[in-house]
Design a protein around this ligand. Structure first.
Ligand SMILES: Nc1ncnc2c1ncn2[C@@H]1O[C@H](COP(=O)(O)OP(=O)(O)O)[C@@H](O)[C@H]1O
Ligand SMILES: [Mg+2]
Length: 516
């Protein structure tokens, strides 16, 4: 084809451990398009793009650039060919500044020394040219995830990338950051860049891409014009079955109040973040907190899980006040927490699956008796959990960071849900996770609710809220603005009105969330 920029011919990748991650993939990427690659966890998407970026070598098959067969031995070779990549897990140096990271290894020099003024100027120019604003002298570790991603993109562009690969870039972003990223990608496209974009979120794929290629279990399922294919059709190709995120729930069997939050207020820099928040979660109930992100949900969770100190109000677990409890005491009292940001707070990235899956129970009697017996018990337990939670991996000692997003999340869920617990706080538990894993996690939550657990589910995903929750509260600008009980049968549109602050329930109705 005339303007075919990059073509993959019959690419097969077999890892040294025998995993066949890609099987005979043939795919054409055209100049100036945004080309999405979709597929379930472990389908082989990252493997495929790693070969384009020279981090892995195909076992069989050929890569061609403008019709010429090429061998991309290493990332430097890819960069020389104008290929750049933004990784799923950023590869920046946290203690270096933005500028140092951007220019790393390619710094402007004055003699043998780095020319700092020039470096500053280059950074500014770059930032202006691509309309990606970054503060040159701030250290990477002080940046939000969204900013770090900008630095990664700029870094690739500075090195001359014409083809830009982004591996699940939105998995770590808030919805506002995603909107911003997409507008930047559009600009890059208009300037003639070609973008390869991996995502699990089909809505995003529909929104941003021109072409979509589907991979299922290492095999290529075709490339489509995004305009011509529906989300439903794409998800069918991805998993080979119809995805219906609808569940037949058993009627709830509520018990006593497990979590009681009363008149919580929270201020930061004189700004009211939370105002008179009161609600409770009962045994056997999934209470949902719906809301656009940034309306106080995250702070509320931090107060309940004791990551932040309560300023005003009471939080009780059963009847015990937990305002001053330590995190370990809380855990001992049966609280588990699936955090929103699994990469930084959910896992120990350099640990193995085994380390991570048992991290919260190392102190249990069963495992404290160090030595062979305990070691064997830990091994057995890890094996059981990997099987029960269907974590796709080569073995328990594999580094957790090498798993796909959905499988990492399954490890977090396994860890949090396999201990003796009474209250589970699940914060965006399926964000950035593929459809198959979403269903799996949802079924787990429903099962635990039926077994009598109290679950507080914080989610920006309305489908998730409506399908799983028995009762729903809506937060807007730090307040509870609505309460719907299981008989209310609220629709997605209606919830949206409350989430955007266009509607508000009477205080009397909202008070019912407190179960007085
Ligand atoms: N370095 C590796 N060694 C062995 N197996 C791997 C390695 N990296 C990935 N895999 C396996 O290859 C398969 C595809 O993984 P990956 O390309 O990361 O999928 P995706 O990005 O679509 O989630 C998975 O089964 C995964 O466990
Ligand atoms: Mg991946």
């Amino acid at each position: 084809m005339s303007n075919c920029l990059l073509s993959l011919k019959d690419i097969t990748k077999i890892y040294p451990n025998g995993v066949v991650a890609n099987k005979g993939i043939t795919m054409d990427i055209h100049e100036g398009e945004i080309h999405a690659i979709v597929g379930e966890n472990g389908a082989g998407k990252s493997t495929l793009v790693k070969m384009i970026f020279g981090m892995e070598q195909p076992s069989l098959g050929e890569i061609r650039l403008r019709g010429e067969p090429i061998k991309i031995d290493n990332p430097q070779k890819a960069i020389d060919l104008g290929i750049g990549m933004v990784h799923q897990h950023f590869m920046l140096v946290p203690s270096f500044t933005v500028m140092q990271n951007l220019l790393l290894g390619e710094e402007p020099k004055k003699g043998v020394f780095i020319d700092n003024n020039k470096a500053m100027e280059v950074t500014k120019q770059l930032s202006e040219k691509y309309n990606l604003y970054v503060e040159p002298t701030v250290k990477i570790r002080d940046l939000t995830v969204g900013m770090k991603q900008k630095v990664e993109i700029l870094k690739a562009l500075y090195r001359g990338a014409k083809i830009l690969i982004l591996d699940e870039p939105t998995a770590v972003l808030t919805s506002q950051e995603t909107v911003e990223l997409f507008s930047k990608l559009q600009l890059l496209k208009e300037e003639g860049h070609t973008i390869i974009f991996i995502s699990h979120k089909l809505k995003e794929v529909k929104e941003i891409s021109d072409k979509v290629s589907v991979i299922r279990q290492g095999k290529f399922e075709g490339t489509y014009n995004t305009f011509d294919i529906t989300e439903r059709e794409i998800s069918k190709l991805m998993v080979g079955r119809d995805i219906i995120l609808k569940y037949d729930k058993n009627p709830p069997k509520y018990g006593e109040n497990i979590l009681t939050v009363k008149d919580i207020e929270y201020e930061n820099d004189n700004k009211k973040i939370l105002d008179k928040i009161s609600f409770s979660v009962k045994k056997g109930e999934i209470l949902g907190i719906a809301g656009v992100e940034g309306n106080g949900q995250n702070e509320l969770v931090k107060l309940i899980t004791r990551l932040m100190d309560t300023q005003k109000g009471e939080i009780r677990l059963n009847d015990t006040l937990i305002n001053n409890m330590s995190i370990s005491e809380l855990r001992a009292n049966g609280l588990s927490y699936i955090p929103e940001d699994r990469m930084t707070t959910g896992i120990a990235g350099d640990g193995s699956i085994a380390d991570n899956i048992l991290a919260n129970r190392i102190l249990e009697d069963e495992f404290t008796n160090k030595g062979l017996l305990a070691g064997n018990k830990m091994k057995t337990k890890t094996g059981e959990l990997i099987e029960k939670y269907v974590v796709k991996c080569s073995n328990a000692l594999q580094k957790i960071i090498d798993l796909s997003g959905g499988n990492i999340q399954k490890v977090v869920v396994a860890r949090e849900c396999s201990v003796d617990l009474q209250l589970l706080i699940a914060e965006q538990p399926t964000r950035g996770v593929d459809v198959g894993s979403i269903e799996f996690i949802h079924h787990q939550l429903l099962e635990m609710r039926d077994e009598g657990l109290a679950i507080l589910l914080i989610s920006a995903d309305l489908n998730e809220i409506l399908e799983l929750c028995d009762n729903i509260i809506v937060m807007y600008e730090g307040e509870i603005v609505a309460y719907f009980d299981d008989k209310a049968k609220v629709s997605e549109e209606e919830l949206g009105m409350y989430m955007l602050g266009l509607e508000k329930h009477s205080p009397k109705n909202i008070r019912r969330a407190f179960n007085e």
